[in-house]
Design a protein around this ligand. Sequence first.
Ligand SMILES: Cc1cc2nc3c(=O)[nH]c(=O)nc-3n(C[C@H](O)[C@H](O)[C@H](O)COP(=O)(O)O)c2cc1C
Length: 316
Amino acid sequence: MMDRTDRHCRYVHRLFAPHALLYTEMIVATALVRGDAARLLAHDDEERPVALQLGGCDPQELETAARLGAAAGFAEINLNVGCPSDRVRRGSFGACLMLRPELVAECVRRMRQATEVPITVKCRIGVDERDDYDFFADFVGRVAEAGIDALIVHARAAILGGLTPAQNREIPPLKHEYVHRLKREHPTLPVVLNGGLCAVSEVVGHLARGLDGVMLGRAAYYRPALLAELERTLVDPDWSGPQPRQIIEHLVPYARAKLGQGARLHAITRHLHGLLAGREGARAWRRFLSDIASRPDAPPAALLSALPLLEREPAA
Ligand SMILES: Cc1cc2nc3c(=O)[nH]c(=O)nc-3n(C[C@H](O)[C@H](O)[C@H](O)COP(=O)(O)O)c2cc1C
């Protein structure tokens, strides 16, 4: 999630869910090809498996970017065809590409030529007034022919020009049924549902109906313990997930290494606001994080002083 997730966030989330596939925020292919690819692609082995999400509409550039991503060790290369922001639309990529399925198919073909790593697409169910099922199915049919390994669907339309990105994640209605119908019509295409999922029971229900996966955005960010609950339910019944103390114990040496490379402690701790979500002490914990944010020179050991805040019992 742009301006939200990054490598530090993925490092934290991996502690909660050893088997989840984590995604980068959208990285613009032009920036990768013409900019500082090493910095943009940098990640730790501990984060893996990680999918690299690309934004772009130039087949040649996407081919090069996919090659760079595969060489950097990403487990999947994903093309974003769902971002509605004005800036992205002005670049003629993101959600507006749903109106150009042949171009998306060409991009996918070129990305496939670049690498053996799976190539996937993340889209919406439609754009503006084109939010009927036939439009969605036609788009997917043409793109699937180019040979995608999976399709991830944020199950609401994107309204271009008129709604902010935040409104575009709330106002257009969710239509999960489109995604189920699509899966029934494309039984061999792996289909992943995204949009509005925040409870384990919902996820279990969608998977039981035949979908191949789910993607969680905001709920996982604001309450990472949900990732541990999903790991326990879907993968390992014995997985209890890390206690807040264990997260801090992992993060102190990690932060030492990253601060040695020039990062600020706040760049890491900003992803911990949801650590105590729903638990006693959450407010004091957030105050502690604000204090770290206001101290540019806060050392990693400062985290240890929060341990007493984290030791309280979960709220009843
Ligand atoms: C701050 C923010 C940034 C986002 N950036 C991206 C992005 O870079 N790529 C992407 O595919 N989706 C992005 N999204 C959308 C989410 O991935 C997801 O599709 C959307 O929030 C709906 O899922 P959710 O209800 O589980 O959050 C972003 C969402 C938020 C809140």
